[in-house]
Design a protein around this ligand. Structure first.
Ligand code: NOJ
Length: 558
């Protein structure tokens, strides 16, 4: 049987973190509100659903909850197209629900991080609607990027930039008199016009939006497309049609421009005005971890997602390299490293690791599910043993795979429609999570679920896994409990690699603790470094050592 510590009794898992630097080693749970829990039975998750399930998160043992957007939005990109940054979409509830959620979370000792989406608004935002209505030359148009087209008749886009979701990054407008007009920039869907951060009204508005939510009591912000706000002077052509391949791998005239850092210096001052260490977390896709570190310099944000880690396969050499380079990159700026394996934009790691390496983070084949789950469990224990802060995406604690066979007609990801089905794989990780073994939508709600759940998901539900010491849910509960009992686990900025561990085996020491991970497909014999605390599958102990099964991580106290 898998070695597990007993999970703490409900209500005892959370001792509020000390206010000092709580974020440096926090485990932060991402809630994707559409798919977490449905409080009103309309098939779509909502804030009432999240609120009712907060005790589950407290008992799981996480420190904070990050909620993807729940603001008023036409949902062209699942809420990342915001029409009103200070209002809740009726589909998710009301401001009163948000207030109640924040209060309840705090009472349970959980911090709350909300998403802020500053790179673009919805095309249904009042500003954009008025800018269109007032026509060319209106001061309101300067809050976005409107430009005349090229070609004899302005019929060509102003430059060669492409949307991340496929197709040109520009859409032509129609003037109020009905004639074809200027074009506007949208790095994502046409319903997401990019804001112009050179315009003072934009900078002022977002400072005010931050204050609005800080006054509501949120503990921080996850900043969407944090690397995209500033565009290179003159919006120069990129000069290549292979743009999608370059994303995240190269400096682009619209991503990771140095000017973005002034924005975050100003935001940091606002965060620091509030008590209780409110934080900013950058979603910044940059070419290197060193450039990611720029976002978390002492006078900027607190954390940045480690997408290099997320993109690393279950392979000892690659993992060791990315762990070392991530820690080394953050050390000079004094920021904690973050670790993340899954989120709402990528194929869940239980499915990534079920497939062969080299397929990237958008995969549509289920692969070998059993192998994927075994590796996913091992990868989680490895991640939670690293110094810094870790992100957990809802449902990964249940070992959920991606749903790779969703019929095209239920898909909602805008990239699916823009890239002729070549992309748009993100719906597979957004399927509502199962809470109960039976019943409509497995306890997600009483009214079905906006994406269909596989018939096997009752067996993966919270109910089915609770109390089963071999389940992935109990593994997460135990791991988070151990992490709390050994505060040294997430602390610091360093790991000491143990020598001579053999090919495919990673072993490192932290204070009073050793983590060993066998990434190979065969069992390996190791010297037992101490007392076994927890392992992702059953470790055999003998007088002269221990056997780590294939794809297994074990934690030892020393
Ligand atoms: C990143 C978000 O995580 C993703 O879901 C969204 O589509 C884009 N930013 C655009 O806002």
């Amino acid at each position: 049987m898998t070695q597990h510590l007993a999970a703490p009794a409900p209500g005892t898992a959370h001792t509020p973190s000390t206010p000092t630097d709580w974020w440096r080693d926090a485990v932060i749970y991402q809630v994707y509100p559409r798919s977490f829990a449905d409080g009103d039975g309309d098939g779509m998750g909502d804030l009432a659903g999240v609120r009712a399930r907060l005790p589950y998160l407290r008992d799981l043992g996480v420190d904070a909850v990050w909620l993807s957007p729940f603001y008023a939005s036409p949902q062209a990109d699942a809420g990342y197209d915001v029409a009103d940054y200070r209002a809740i979409d009726p589909m998710f509830g009301t401001l009163l629900d948000a207030d109640g959620l924040i209060r309840d979370a705090h009472e349970l000792g959980l911090r709350v991080i909300t998403d802020v989406v500053p790179n673009h608004s919805s095309d249904q935002h009042e500003w954009f609607k008025r800018a269109l209505a007032e026509g060319p030359g209106s001061a309101l148009r300067d809050r976005y990027h409107f430009r005349p087209g090229k070609g004899t008749d302005g019929q060509l886009p102003p430059n060669d930039w492409e949307s991340v979701f496929g197709g040109p990054a520009w859409t032509r407008t129609t003037d109020p008199d009905g004639t074809p007009g200027d074009w506007y920039l949208h790095l994502f869907a046409p319903e997401q016009p990019d804001l112009n951060w050179e315009n003072a009204a934009v900078t002022d508005e977002f400072r005010s939006i931050l204050r609005f939510w800080l006054d509501m009591g949120v503990d921080g912000f996850r900043i969407d497309v944090a690397h995209g706000l500033v565009k290179a002077e003159g919006l120069p052509d990129l000069g290549t049609h292979d743009q999608l391949k370059l994303l995240g791998n190269d400096v682009m005239p619209f991503f990771d421009q140095d000017g973005v850092h002034d924005i975050y210096r100003a935001w940091r001052k606002i965060l620091d005005e509030y008590p209780g260490e409110r934080i900013g977390v950058a979603e910044a896709w940059t070419p290197t971890v060193e450039r990611t570190a720029n976002y978390v310099r002492p006078d900027e944000l607190h954390q940045a997602f480690n997408f290099q880690y997320l993109g690393t396969y279950w392979d000892a050499t690659a993992l060791r390299e990315v762990i070392d380079s991530s820690l080394a990159a953050m050390r000079p700026v004094g920021a904690p490293t973050t670790w993340v394996l899954s989120n709402h934009d990528v194929t869940r790691h239980a499915t990534r690791f079920a497939n062969p390496p080299g397929l990237g983070t958008q995969i549509r084949t289920p692969g070998d599910r059993e192998l994927g789950l075994r590796r996913a469990r091992a990868a989680t224990l490895l991640m939670l043993a690293l110094p810094g802060s870790a992100y957990v995406y809802q449902g990964e604690e249940l070992g959920l795979p991606d749903v790779t066979d969703l019929p095209d007609e239920v898909r909602q990801d805008p990239s699916f429609f823009r890239a002729a089905g070549q992309d748009g794989f993100r719906d597979g990780c957004r399927v509502p999570i199962p809470w109960t073994s039976t019943g409509p939508s497995y306890g997600f709600g009483t009214g079905g679920s906006w994406l269909p759940q596989p018939a096997t998901w009752g067996g993966l539900s919270v109910e089915a896994q609770t109390g089963d010491p071999t389940s992935t849910l109990e593994l997460y509960r135990s791991a988070l409990a151990v992490r709390r009992e050994h505060p040294g686990l997430g602390a610091g900025t360093d790991v000491s690699w143990l020598p001579d561990t053999g090919e495919g085996v990673l072993a490192f020491a932290r204070e009073g603790f050793v983590c060993t991970a066998n990434t190979t497909g065969a069992p390996v014999r190791i010297e037992a470094p101490g007392t076994l605390l927890l392992s992702s599958s059953e470790v055999t102990l003998a007088e002269d050592g221990a056997v780590l099964p294939a794809d297994t991580t074990a934690w030892w106290s020393v």
